[in-house]
Each structure stands twice: as structure tokens, then as C-alpha cells.
Design a protein around this ligand. Structure first.
Ligand code: ATP
Length: 296
């Protein structure tokens, strides 16, 4: 059962249509990345499913249709950094958050340990680095042991060390069973931690698939032979070939799932062409993202 199911959500701010008929499902146990350039609708989508904003049309359901108040108790979220008190300790700040949310007062030490701040629990918030502040904010979202964590741009403004710490934390939390929904415009982040990705542009969902499937579909095989015209003629007829493109003196091939470089080599030999070059090129999620977002 998906933890979140979104059906045909649309939302406008005056003349700006921030979400256009968005549909997707977040499987339990996934790290689900919502990727998109600035202004593509990521925050609007998260705010809508967290009931902070009202959609113009469409619907969503959490945990197969739990009543909203019950579902809310199972979700921890970080849409923007909470207003922590600068002169208070991490522990006391979490106490205030727990009291406001009526959740997790007795959970503070566990949460501080989870986000690596137990040793600093009595330090004032104002003495924390940006990365520590962000980890404390994630800690606040973890009060009460939510099943799902929703994070909007959790690494914004952090240095590489801070980014790596948040990434590790997301991986650990997910291993412990938390489903994580994360909005980001950092492709690298999505590629490294997410199991699934949805790509938004101008409020339209362009893609919604497991990350490894996207990466697999991005694999290309580069081939070359002494007689390139003959190679092109032969290879064009290979069953399972999906695209063929000439580029800088080589042919770039993409194939259906299950057909790889060895099959291409074998097919060429069988058809009288000896390859002088055969190489697998793995493209990044970035190339797919650029291809999709530039084409629209
Ligand atoms: P970013 O990566 O910059 O945070 P985003 O993908 O989260 O962007 P949104 O903040 O959801 O995108 O914005 C989607 C569109 O809706 C943008 O065109 C934005 O200008 C517009 N928008 C968002 N909030 C409002 C608002 N309160 N009033 C008017 N327009 C808004």
C-alpha cells in the first residue's frame, strides 16, 4: 500500500498555475525525491499534502485513507526551519516544539541521538553551526516517531560536510523504516539518496519512476567500426534497439532493458561487422533532468 497517493492535484495562485493535474504514489519504505527547478511547484505540492494549502482540485490520501488527524500524527515534516529560540538549549527548544505539536516530549533524547546532537543537547541554539541547526530541525520533525518524514530542501545553504551529514541521516532513517519524501533542486542529492524520483516543471509532472530505472534507461552503448556506414546499416536492424545517434565519429545506442553491450557485439559479429570500439556510457540523472526540463 502506498503511504501517499496523489490524484490529479491542481493549484493556482491567481494567474500562476503552480500544479497541473499532478498524480503519483509514494511507496512505503521509499526515499521519494521531488525534483524540479526553482518555482516548479515542489513546495506547493508538499504544503498541499500536509494540509497547509488547499488544492483547487484533485485529492490525496495518506496511509490508504486514514482520517487526516490520525494520518498527521504519523507524519513528521520540515517545510521551513522552525523558529527555535537562540538563547535556549537544543533540548529545551525541542521541548517547546513537542509541546506545540503535542507530540514527543519524552522522545527528545532519542531524537537528539538520532541527529547526532546528544553531546550538544545543553548548548544554546545560537552556538550551533548551520548544519547542526538543520539537524535539530529534522530532529524536531522526528519527535513522536513518525512513519513518514517530509523534507523541503533540507540541505539548502549547507556546506559539503553539512550536506553529507544530512544525506547520511536520511539513509539511516530510511534503513530504520521511515519513508522519506524530499523536495530538492539538487540532482546529485536525489541521485545519491533517493529510491524514486518525480520531476516537476512549471507544475507539470514530467517523470515519476524508481531512480535505478531512470539510470538504466540512461545507459548508452558507444560503438565504432572501420566501415561506419555498414555498421549503421547493420545495427539499425538489431531487434531491441531503441535509439541510434551519430556523435563525434561514433554511434550512440540505447536498447530495451535486458539488451547490453555483449548482445550488441554478438549481433554485429553475426552480421559480419567487427567492432573496433564498444563502450558503456552511464549518464547521470542530471542528463535526464536536463533533457526533460529543456524540452518542455
Ligand atoms: P523553489 O525551488 O524555488 O522553492 P518550488 O519548486 O518549491 O520552488 P513553489 O514555491 O511551489 O515552487 O512555487 C510554484 C509557483 O507558484 C512559482 O511560480 C511561484 O512563484 C508561485 N507561488 C508560490 N507561492 C505563491 C504565493 N503565495 N503567491 C503567489 N504565487 C506563488
Amino acid at each position: 500500500m502506498p503511504v501517499l497517493s496523489i490524484q490529479s492535484i491542481s493549484k493556482s495562485y491567481g494567474r500562476v498555475q503552480a500544479l497541473k493535474n499532478v498524480n503519483f504514489e509514494v511507496p512505503a519504505g521509499s526515499v521519494y525525491g521531488i525534483l524540479g527547478p526553482n518555482g516548479s511547484g515542489k513546495t506547493t505540492l508538499l504544503a498541499t499534502v500536509l494540509n497547509v494549502l488547499l488544492a483547487d482540485s484533485g485529492s490525496y490520501s495518506w496511509f490508504g485513507g486514514l482520517p487526516p488527524a490520525e494520518a498527521r500524527r504519523r507524519i513528521g515534516s520540515l517545510l521551513e526551519t522552525p523558529n527555535f529560540y537562540h538563547y535556549m538549549s537544543a533540548y529545551d527548544n525541542l521541548g517547546i516544539t513537542a509541546a506545540i505539536r503535542q507530540r514527543g516530549e519524552g522522545d527528545r533524547l532519542r531524537v537528539l541521538e538520532q541527529v547526532g546532537l546528544l553531546q550538544r543537547k545543553d548548548s544554546k541554539f545560537q552556538t550551533f553551526s548551520l548544519g547542526m541547526k538543520q539537524r535539530l530541525a529534522i530532529g524536531a520533525a522526528l519527535l513522536g516517531r513518525p512513519d513518514v518524514l517530509v523534507l523541503d530542501e533540507p540541505t539548502n545553504g549547507l556546506d559539503p560536510v553539512g550536506i553529507a551529514e544530512i544525506r547520511e541521516l536520511i539513509k539511516v532513517l530510511n534503513k530504520q523504516g521511515t519513508t522519506i519524501i524530499i523536495a530538492s533542486h539538487q540532482l546529485d542529492e536525489i541521485e545519491k539518496v533517493c529510491t524514486h524520483v518525480a520531476i516537476l516543471k512549471h507544475g507539470t509532472l514530467l517523470l515519476n519512476r524508481p531512480v535505478d530505472e531512470v539510470m538504466r534507461s540512461e545507459e548508452q552503448v558507444e560503438v565504432m567500426a572501420a566501415d561506419m556506414a555498414e555498421l549503421k546499416k547493420v545495427i539499425s536492424e538489431m531487434p531491441g534497439l531503441t535509439t541510434i545517434k551519430a556523435s563525434e565519429g561514433v554511434l550512440l545506442l540505447t536498447c530495451e532493458h535486458g539488451i547490453g553491450a555483449a548482445d550488441i557485439n554478438e549481433y554485429c559479429i553475426k552480421n559480419g561487422v567487427v567492432l573496433s570500439q564498444l563502450m558503456l556510457r552511464k549518464r547521470s540523472l542530471e542528463s535526464k533532468f536536463m533533457e526533460l526540463t529543456n524540452a518542455q
